[in-house]
Design a binder for this molecule. Structure first.
Ligand SMILES: [Fe+2]
Ligand SMILES: [Fe+2]
Length: 168
């Protein structure tokens, strides 16, 4: 049910993928007692929506479902990180590579998403870059509500990197 609004069938296929659901459930359960920013549904949607605002503001030729797919998958490697201690960006990119063909994304789109996920941890010096990966990385940081964070005293983020107000 979309209330008449256009839906994103390829994104729905990610959300319905049993492997994706399993990894997300593991992340949510592993982070149940986490005091720092989490990587559950709210975070993923915050990142998707902020990233898409960037695309709209800059009138970039990036489709909405590509942005949402990248955002919904960008931290999926956290499950593997909690299980095996691997880098979550690389694990997430590998996971995306496995499920994106089933969701219907083209080889070119898969490459864009994969690059965006594997690079999302880098703090971007490319503040004005329009590449999907840089948009994702910016949205990831901008999604954090540092100004009201209950774990601020213990957070490893440097003070000058913390968000002091609402940008998006
Ligand atoms: Fe991440
Ligand atoms: Fe994230």
């Amino acid at each position: 049910m979309t209330g008449g609004w256009p839906s994103m069938p390829r994104v729905d296929r990610i959300l319905e993928h049993p492997g994706y659901i399993r990894e997300m459930e593991q992340i949510v359960s592993c982070e149940a007692d986490r005091i720092f920013c989490g990587h559950g549904w709210e975070h993923l949607l915050d990142v998707a929506r902020i990233a898409y605002i960037h695309v709209l503001e800059r009138r970039l030729p990036i489709t909405k479902d590509l942005v949402y797919a990248a955002a919904l998958l960008h931290d999926i490697g956290r499950a593997a990180q909690y299980r095996e201690g691997v880098d979550h960006a690389e694990a997430g990119a590998a996971f995306a590579e496995r499920i994106l063909p089933e969701a219907g994304f083209t080889p070119e789109e898969r490459k864009l998403i994969k690059v965006a996920i594997s690079g999302h941890r880098q703090t971007s010096s490319r503040e004005t870059s329009d590449a999907l990966g840089d948009i994702l990385s910016r949205a990831d940081k901008q999604s954090r509500m540092c100004w009201r964070c209950p774990a601020a005293d213990d957070c490893y983020w440097p003070e000058d990197k913390k968000n002091r107000t609402i940008l998006y």
